[in-house]
Design a protein around this ligand. Structure first.
Ligand SMILES: [Fe+2]
Length: 308
């Protein structure tokens, strides 16, 4: 079965291209690699040609997710496997700088999924200035049918189902991180699919505090956290980017031991062994916030409707 090795990139459509460019290059500390003929801007966290693509189309959404397959997988064979499962896909060549070919398919919410085996690694290295995350950690989807979408990633792309919080959150991984995808029912609530949040991994608590200081200096408020989640046990803090997307900065994500089906034990775990499970709350510390993460993610849509 097809199974990606990593979440390589997210392509966002953006309303405020200049604000988002400043955010990704100066505040998060990614390197702007290039701008293509369509005006799409490509940012690297340190190794790959890109981990973030900003596409200006005057609408804020998640357009595509790039998943890198193992080096020895042939995209032609991958396409045959998808065909067998009744999932149409298109092999695209030279559609993006840095990636010579990828397979494009759509998930049940209409998000584009790009599967590729190779990406150029110009390695601009990590910047000296800005938050400078380790990597793009996970994407949380505002799905109109979270169960169907989560099943798609499990059955078609071989993702492993980890935890679940009601219909609100379905956590899936394709590697050892507790989740690289979180499929939520926010899209159902909004009546459209969109991005729920995008998450970047930091190194430790000191790095997380430093990140909050950088946000504060740039007049960006921390909305929720830092607080330890139940599912994944990551200590997460959330803010809005200039386009109104909810962004998570986290540390301490649970690590799945492949083949054993439980997470590497940690002192803060509730269960030993810590197995995938159902949770009824997302705050391990019991901290209550005035608004939920779904409320904060919904604000982007309130802003749009107020403008109209
Ligand atoms: Fe998250």
């Amino acid at each position: 079965m097809l199974k990606p090795s990593k979440l390589g990139y997210a392509e966002l459509t953006v309303r405020d291209l200049e604000g988002m460019t400043h955010y990704y290059s100066e505040i998060l500390g990614f390197t702007l690699m290039e701008e293509d003929e369509q005006g799409r801007r490509y940012f690297s966290s340190g190794l790959d040609h890109h981990n973030i693509i900003l596409t200006p189309v005057n609408e804020s959404n998640l357009l595509s997710m790039g998943f890198q397959l193992a080096k020895d997988v042939s995209l032609i064979d991958a396409q045959k496997e998808l065909n067998k499962l009744g999932v149409p896909s298109e092999l695209k060549t030279d559609a993006q700088p840095g990636i010579s070919e990828f397979l494009e398919l759509q998930d049940p919410d209409g998000f584009n999924v790009h599967l590729y085996t190779e990406i150029e690694m110009p390695a601009p290295r990590f910047k000296e200035k800005g938050i400078i995350p380790n990597k793009l950690g996970h994407l949380a989807l505002a799905s109109t049918n979270p169960i169907k979408t989560a099943e798609f990633y499990k059955d078609v792309l071989g993702f492993y189902y980890t935890d679940k919080i009601d219909e609100r959150a379905n956590f899936l991984t394709c590697n050892t991180d507790h989740h690289v995808l979180n499929v939520s029912n926010l899209g159902k609530r909004l009546g459209q699919s969109n991005l729920y949040h995008i998450a970047f991994e930091l190194r430790d608590a000191s790095h997380q505090y430093q990140a909050m200081d950088i946000l504060a200096r740039n007049n960006i408020k921390v909305l929720w956290g830092p607080n330890r989640h139940t599912a994944g046990h990551n200590i997460a803090a959330y803010h809005h980017d200039p386009d109104g997307n909810l962004v998570e900065l986290f540390i301490d994500m649970d690590q799945l031991i492949p083949g054993l089906g439980y997470f590497d034990p940690r002192p803060w775990h509730e269960d030993f062994p810590m197995l995938p499970r159902y949770w009824d709350d997302n705050s391990q510390w019991g901290t209550k916030f005035e608004e939920t993460l779904l409320d904060y993610a919904s604000k982007k849509f309130e802003k749009v409707s107020n403008k109209n």
